[in-house]
Design a protein around this ligand. Structure first.
Ligand code: AQP
Length: 333
């Protein structure tokens, strides 16, 4: 059976981009694939984290997975740091990854920004190798990702290929990206040229999965737009990034195409459209929010799910790591 691996970082709360671009698609994949969904807490360490907040966020991301509809019986849900083989394989793969490949990664450059390179952390630079280890450790065949992670997944394929060629065998499957749905890149509510992101300083740039109905409505009302009414063609949205983004969000939440959405709302002023969008967002997100709150009230239950998931993931990982050690000539004593 084809196997899916994917994960989210427990860095602050998940947002609408994480939900529409990834989580919602994962729920649909459970029926056709063996699924492994990880809370990638080691990746979160590539940026400074407060220990108490990190602990809470690991549980909250787990709660979001389950509240959105991922079934912990059918899928494996676990925290990355509880399976040590991720770090071991990451080291092995880093010895098969030329620096030139890592130098091309745009996310590293974006995250370091204008800071001096000397102060950037090695972990942030090596992040894509750990991501390759996450995927290859389970010999995953498919990885659902948003547009922003496509380059990292291509690197995972390159690393798998380099390993296979070096040891002259088809050991790792080359994982296929799955870019699903129409909302592969949900943009900031404050700036239509930037993606919606957990690390954006403005909380008004995103709708968090933990936001209540009032806050969702306020954020949508305050979302940046332009003075023109909504157009009737997709072409007319090309130069209107913020309007385009709100149409994409509406379409994704309503489960209709962007063209169908425009057919419904063409000619409307934003004041009306934003009210409808807020009602729709609240209707879709509130039940998930309520279930997250219920789960978060019982952290022991979440920890139990993570522990069971870690046992299942750990068994598969240990078997594959033994095979890898055999291939590369390490003793298994
Ligand atoms: N804006 C987005 N639109 C669509 N999909 C998105 N994803 C993230 N942002 C958007 C997808 O969500 C999954 C999990 O992402 P992540 O938590 O591992 O980290 P990220 O991609 O770095 O997300 P953020 O919010 O931008 O976090 P920060 O600010 O901490 O870097 C991935 O599949 C991603 O594609």
């Amino acid at each position: 059976m084809n196997r899916i691996f994917s994960g989210m970082q427990p860095t602050r709360q998940l947002h609408l981009g994480n939900y529409l671009g990834a989580l919602r698609n994962w729920v649909a994949l459970q029926d056709g694939f063996e699924c492994i969904f990880c809370v990638v807490d080691l990746h979160a360490l590539t940026l400074p984290q407060d220990p108490a907040a990190l602990r809470r966020n690991i549980r909250e991301v787990t709660a979001a997975y389950i509240a959105a509809g991922i079934d912990p019986e059918r899928c494996i849900i676990f925290a990355q740091s509880s399976v040590a083989a991720h770090s071991e394989l990451s080291w092995i793969l880093s010895c098969h990854t030329p620096l030139g490949w890592l130098n091309r990664m745009t996310q590293f450059k974006d995250k370091v920004g204008k800071k001096a390179l000397e102060n950037a952390m090695l972990g942030l630079y090596a992040y894509p190798v750990l991501m390759a280890a996450d995927i290859l450790l389970y010999k995953a065949t498919h990885v659902p990702v948003g547009e922003d992670q496509k380059q990292h997944l291509e690197l995972s394929r390159d690393i798998a290929g380099a390993f296979n060629r070096h040891y002259d065998r088809a050991f790792f499957p080359l994982p296929e990206p799955q870019i699903l749905g129409d909302a592969t890149r949900v943009m900031s509510l404050r700036d239509g040229s930037k993606k919606m992101s957990k690390s954006d300083e403005s909380d008004y740039s995103r709708i968090n999965m933990t936001d209540d109905a009032d806050l969702i409505a306020v954020k949508i009302r305050k979302a940046r737009t332009d003075p023109e009414p909504l157009p009737d063609t997709l072409e007319a949205l090309v130069k209107r990034a913020e309007a385009d983004n709100l149409i994409t969000i509406y379409a994704a939440l309503a489960g209709i195409s962007r063209a169908e959405t425009l057919a419904q709302v063409a000619g409307q002023q934003f004041s009306q459209f934003k009210k409808d969008l807020a009602d729709l967002a609240v209707a879709k997100l509130s039940p998930i929010n309520a279930e997250m709150n219920r789960l978060m009230a019982d952290p022991a239950e979440i920890d139990l799910i993570l522990r069971r998931g870690a046992e299942r993931a750990g068994t598969m990982a240990a078997g594959h790591l033994d095979e890898i050690k055999d291939v590369i000539g390490l003793l298994r004593l």
